[in-house]
Design a protein around this ligand. Structure first.
Ligand code: G1P
Length: 197
């Protein structure tokens, strides 16, 4: 039903560099970036929620969620001004700040609607956190020229780069599939019985 093209990032130079590899495919159009280790399950797909924001507020859009303060060093963190409930105009972005330096507890998760100007910004972005070219830094550099909005999506995010996140995503999503839910429920209840016996 779809055609899939891919390109390999030859060296692990960071997320910004990975996105830069797709420049020729994007061909001057706005585009979406989905980080495959972030699974988001919501009433409306996260990207659709973000498109609704982009239609109302022209610019780039990142998906965000609140995280506990002590976890800010695992995420890109935004600073923003509330526009309407669930939407911020971004005034700053920092990649993986320590809790004491974090401008908020609103963390970027792996969904972005970007405009092609980001490629030039990435090209001019020096390696940052962990010696990698950070997409977060390129977005920060574009703020004077292009508005960036943050959309606090409705839904649940699973980090499947984490073992427990992978397990939770499998169970939660399988329970939503009619062809799997019955057997899985049975298995889970039998397993729980053995734990609580
Ligand atoms: C990447 C981004 C970070 C974002 C995170 C979401 O980091 O650089 O800004 O918050 O994805 O999952 P990574 O988890 O690849 O280190």
């Amino acid at each position: 039903m779809i055609q899939v093209y891919y390109v390999r990032q030859k060296l692990p130079r960071g997320l910004g560099d990975a996105v830069l590899q797709a420049r020729a495919f994007v061909n001057g159009d706005p585009f979406a970036v989905l980080l495959a280790d972030d699974i988001i399950d919501g009433p409306t797909p996260c990207l659709v929620q973000m498109q609704q924001v982009a239609r109302r507020y022209p610019g780039m859009v990142v998906a965000v969620m609140e995280v506990p303060r002590e976890q800010t060093s695992s995420y890109g963190i935004i600073e923003g001004t509330a526009v309407v409930p669930g939407v911020w105009e971004v005034t700053g972005l920092v990649e993986k700040p320590e809790p004491a330096d974090a401008p908020s507890n609103l963390a970027i998760v792996g969904r972005y609607i970007l405009t092609p100007g980001i490629f030039d910004a990435i090209e001019h972005t020096e390696p940052g956190k962990n010696g990698e070219v950070q997409l977060t830094d390129a977005l920060q550099a574009m703020l004077p020229f292009k508005k960036v909005y943050a959309c606090e999506f409705k839904g649940t995010r699973y980090d499947i780069g984490d073992q427990m996140g992978l397990l939770k995503a499998n169970v939660a999503l399988a329970l939503k599939r009619p062809e799997l839910a019955g057997d899985l429920r049975q298995f889970l209840s039998e397993t729980l019985e053995t734990i609580f016996d």
